[in-house]
Each structure stands twice: as C-alpha cells, then as structure tokens.
Design a protein around this ligand. Structure first.
Ligand SMILES: [Zn+2]
Length: 369
C-alpha cells in the first residue's frame, strides 16, 4: 500500500513537471538524394511560434482512469508486451495517444503516426505506430533502436574524450545560401564549429575539426579524420534551407539503423545493410536526445525532432555521431537571427553543455588493441 502511494506520488510529480506538447509536424516532402550536400530540408510546415500555442497532452487530470476502448487490448500483447520487456508502464490515454513510462523517461506515441515525444522532445519512429495482428505495437526496429534507448538509456561508453567537429561543406561547396543577407552556410558552420572548439578545449577536452578553414573536404574523409583521431564523439554542424519559407527550427539526424526507413522515406529500407556507424545506434540515440533537447530548451526554436538518415558522413564512424541542422537560412526571421554572432555563440554554448555532460559521464574504454 505504501509502495503504491509513493508510486502515485512520483507519477504526480512527473506529470506536473514534464511539459509534453503535441506538434502538428507532417512530412510533406520526400528526402532529396543527398541532403548533406544540397542542404535542402524536408518541409514539416511548422510555424516558428506554433509550439507555444499547442495544447498540453497531459496534466494532473490525465491520471484519472479514462474510458476503456470498446475492444480492450490484451495486456500480454503488442505495446504492452514491449513495455513489459523494459519494465515500463503503459497507459492508453484516449484520442489515439499512448504513454509509456519508466523512471524519469516518458515516451508518448500517437496511433498511425511516426512522431513520438520523449520527455517533451520530438522523436521520429522508423515506422508508424499501428496495429499489428490486432494490437498496437512498435516495429521491431523502433522497439530495439528507439524505445529501448529512450526508456533504458545505455551506459555511455566512449573510446576517448576527444571531440570531432565537422563544419559542413566548405570551399567550392557553399551549402545553403541566403542571398539577401549575403550569408553562406559553409561560413556559419565553420564559425559555430570554431566557437565550439574553443569552449570544449577550455573545458579540458581534445578537439579535432575536419576543416579549420574554407576548404572542401570529401564526405568520406570527414569520418576518417574522426576515426584516425580516435574521437569519442562526432558532431557535424549544418544549417538548413527549404523551398517552404515557413520552415524553421532545429533538427538532429542519426544514422538510420539497419532494415529501417529514414525519416523522410515512406518505405522501410529493408535492403539497406548495416554500416560501421550502426554499431553505436543506441548511443547515437542517447547523444541525439541530449543534444536536441538541450538545443530546443536553450535556443527556444521549433523542435523538428530527432530524425534518421543514411548520411555519408555518419556511415563509417567508429564512435557515436550526429548531424545537426541548426536552423533555416531560408526563413525570414530565423536567418537574421542566425546571422548574429550572439545567436551562434549561444548555439555553440548549448552544444558545449550537452557534449561536456556526455563526455563527463562517459566511461572511457581504450580501443588501442
Ligand atoms: Zn549543410
């Protein structure tokens, strides 16, 4: 009885403290052939300030038992079984919303959607959350590569505390361009990377950049620079542009796991092999979650979520890595903001905070053998 009470109290604290918001993001444009090179972003059609006005998903009211659906889902199947494997609790909240909780992690799913929310941060599933054999369930890939690391964060084991920073594009390849402001993505990427380098070095970490000036480094060389440097983490810095002038916000890309669809693909990539970078799928997720949630909190930008793509720069990494699209140069208000040194300093500070916390909590295992 006492245990039940304290569980309820803890739940109330979580409910009160965690602000969960629904986003109305919808993918409307398929992924271009090589988004890293072209920097053309998928359009999710989110207004810059829309997140502030959406309705909270849950509140204290939500713990009142909801009306059971007509056909109750057997507790031993589907998402119930998947959550049970992780020691997590499932609540069907009605209106197609499911909540899965373990400790301080709250993972919210929406029926027929690829968009989930982990403690307030948007996460894209590899497949829609839909009925399979009569019960709502996550795909095997989403269970393994998303729900597991989301609710049961992996121990952070790194091979070193060296940070590899990759300023996207360079030289003849400008990346995204804002002509009216005369700004090129390659310059902004380098500027943020150099600021981040300084901060991480001041925090006592070794830092390697894939380029230190305005030159083009082939994509495959970038991951090799990180590997040769025995890097513990890899961060590729980019800025976005889209045909949809309304698109804005920050998104973090992880390498798509084996047999999974990338976030901007409609089909499951079953024929895609596993890459070297997939060895750290679980750590990639934890790294991505920490970086993206911190960026959204610090910069107050639209949360475009944690996504998956088979970017060349991530495929051959021997350490956890991610690619961050730090904002849209095509957006009327976001581009001038990005153009200020103050914003770029804040961006680097946010990255420095999350990377430092990851490196400080990480256990280092030498890979010299
Ligand atoms: Zn780019």
């Amino acid at each position: 009885m006492r245990a039940a009470q304290s569980k309820l109290q803890r739940l109330l604290v979580f409910m009160g403290s965690a602000a969960l918001f629904l986003s109305s993001c919808q993918t409307r444009q398929s992924e271009v052939a090589d988004p890293v090179e072209t920097a053309v972003a998928p359009e999710l059609g989110v207004e810059p300030n829309q997140m502030k006005s959406v309705e909270p998903v849950s509140g204290p009211v939500a713990i009142v038992p909801l009306v059971k659906s007509k056909k109750p889902t057997p507790k031993a199947a589907g998402i119930f079984k998947q959550a049970d494997q992780l020691g997590a609790r499932v609540t069907e909240k009605g209106d197609g919303v499911w909540l899965i909780e373990k400790g301080e992690r709250r993972f919210e799913l929406r029926e027929q959607s690829r968009q989930a929310i982990l403690n307030g941060t948007v996460v894209y599933l590899n497949e829609v959350f839909a009925e399979k054999e009569g019960n709502f369930a996550l795909s095997d890939s989403d269970f393994e590569n998303t729900l597991c690391p989301a609710l049961d964060p992996p121990e952070i084991v790194l091979r070193s505390k060296t940070v590899a920073i990759d300023p996207g594009h360079g030289g003849a390849e400008p990346g995204s361009v804002n002509r009216s402001l005369s700004i090129l993505e390659k310059d902004l990427n380098l500027d943020v990377s150099l600021r981040l380098q300084k901060m991480m070095e001041e925090n006592g970490f070794k830092v390697v950049l894939t380029r230190y000036n305005d030159r083009l480094v082939p994509l495959e060389d970038r991951s090799q620079i990180a590997n040769r440097s025995n890097a513990g983490v890899f961060v590729s810095i980019h800025f976005n542009a889209a045909l949809n002038k309304e698109a804005s916000g920050v998104e973090t890309y992880l390498l798509t796991p084996k047999n999974s669809a990338s976030s901007n693909d409609d089909v499951i990539g079953s024929s895609e092999p596993s890459y070297r970078g997939n060895q750290t799928d679980l750590l990639n997720f934890e790294l991505g979650y920490r970086v993206q949630s911190r960026l959204i909190a610090d910069l107050q930008r639209v949360d475009r979520g944690i996504k998956k793509a088979r970017f060349k720069v991530l495929k051959d990494l021997e350490c956890p890595g991610l690619l961050i699209e730090c904002g849209f140069l095509s957006h009327g208000k976001e581009a001038p903001l990005i153009n200020t040194p103050l914003y770029r300093q804040k961006l680097a500070e946010s990255l420095s905070h999350s990377l430092t916390s990851i490196l400080m909590t990480g256990r280092i295992v030498s890979s010299d053998q």
